[in-house]
Write a protein that binds this ligand. Structure first.
Ligand code: 5GP
Ligand code: MN
Length: 329
């Protein structure tokens, strides 16, 4: 159990054990690691006789409905649930990313479990392990240390989180320990090919259409070392896709040879701008996102702007150009 502070881990185990009805949350626009961690933890706590509630802004995304227990996921209530006796947040790099409705809540966050290097630690207990490439992997280590049983249902959820956040064990950060965790999860009942079928080999035609519209906007700059995509509000009405269908589009751009940084700018109909940044590893996109109030990891980060979309897009593109100009080659 290297990489994790033993006394902190013990405190997290005690705090989670004390709660009869912990309320579990993750980040807005949840991905595979968000749902996998949420459900993976819920199964373990339920097997221990606790009654967790699971809350996500926007509820369950259809693509992840195959995860065991997905029907437990509820929309975030207006107030922190009165019956809950612990506020637990998973895979979420900032307090704001728990969801719009929760931002004004007085209730302090009790436990944060995460792997984002940019996480400031906004809970009373903060188990943040950037050396493990998915929150699901942090949870696996936690359960193993606690001696808590991981059922096949929990193993399936955790494996899905680990697999999706490592890009199917391809991204930097995937190491021998990651694969050992994956192997243990398979021994505990996760089925890699079945999980891959749902996570990677099953897209709706609406998602395919959105991807096609977006791909056509590709613009290369900085001597073809960076490229960006644009999503305009009417792409959704044209394709019939939903906002979660943007996941994965940017990865294809990142794979273009010679490219160092890929970005995606999603313009909202209300003047907002959502930015996704990806790097092959030489440029630190977390460092590009941070001054704008965003964050994430070295190779994948994001930013959200409430207004001035075009101006902010240009500022981010300028920051990318500077980072690329700074590369020595
Ligand atoms: P994505 O581009 O897939 O939305 O996000 C990539 C990574 O950046 C994820 O690890 C995500 O948690 C982080 N991220 C995305 N958007 C934001 C943001 O607005 N603020 C912060 N702090 N992190 C973000
Ligand atoms: Mn994650």
């Amino acid at each position: 159990m290297a990489l994790m502070d033993r006394s902190l881990v013990q405190k997290v185990i005690e705090r989670l054990s004390q709660a009869k009805a912990p309320a579990l949350f993750t980040h807005l626009r949840p991905d595979g690691d968000a749902f996998g961690s949420l459900l993976g933890l819920a199964h373990v706590l339920k097997d221990r006789g606790q009654t967790p509630t699971l809350h996500v802004e926007g509820s369950m995304i259809p693509m992840y409905r195959f995860l065991p227990g997905s029907d437990l996921v509820q929309e975030i209530p207006d107030q922190f649930p009165t019956a809950a006796d612990a506020f637990v947040v998973l895979d979420t790099s900032t307090r704001e990313r728990v969801g719009k409705k929760t931002v004004g809540w007085k209730q302090p966050v009790d436990v944060v479990i995460d792997h984002h290097v940019s996480n400031p630690g906004f809970g009373s207990l903060n188990l943040i392990v950037p050396e493990i490439p998915a929150t699901a992997g942090v949870l696996f280590q936690l359960f193993t240390t606690a001696g808590w049983k991981i059922s096949p249902a929990s193993a399936t959820c955790l494996y899905a989180g680990l697999s999706t956040d490592t890009g199917s064990f391809r991204y930097r950060g995937t190491n021998a320990q990651t694969l050992r965790i994956a192997a243990s999860l398979v021994e505990l009942g996760a089925d890699p090919s079945e999980i891959a079928k749902h996570c990677y080999l099953s897209i709706t035609k609406e998602r395919y259409h959105l991807k096609k519209l977006t791909s056509e906007t590709l613009s290369l700059k900085d001597n073809e070392k960076s490229g960006f995509l644009t999503i305009l509000p009417d792409f959704y009405s044209k394709s019939g896709a939903k906002s979660e269908d943007t996941e994965g589009i940017i990865e294809e751009v990142t794979s273009i040879q010679g490219l160092e940084v890929a970005s995606l700018f999603e313009f909202g109909s209300d003047g907002t701008l959502r930015v996704s940044l990806r790097s092959k590893g030489r440029v630190d996109v977390n460092a590009i996102a941070s001054p704008f109030g965003g964050g994430g990891h070295r190779a994948a980060a994001g930013i959200r702007f409430p207004k001035d979309a075009e101006k902010n897009r240009d500022l981010v593109l300028a920051a990318i150009s500077r980072a690329i100009a700074d590369l020595k080659d």
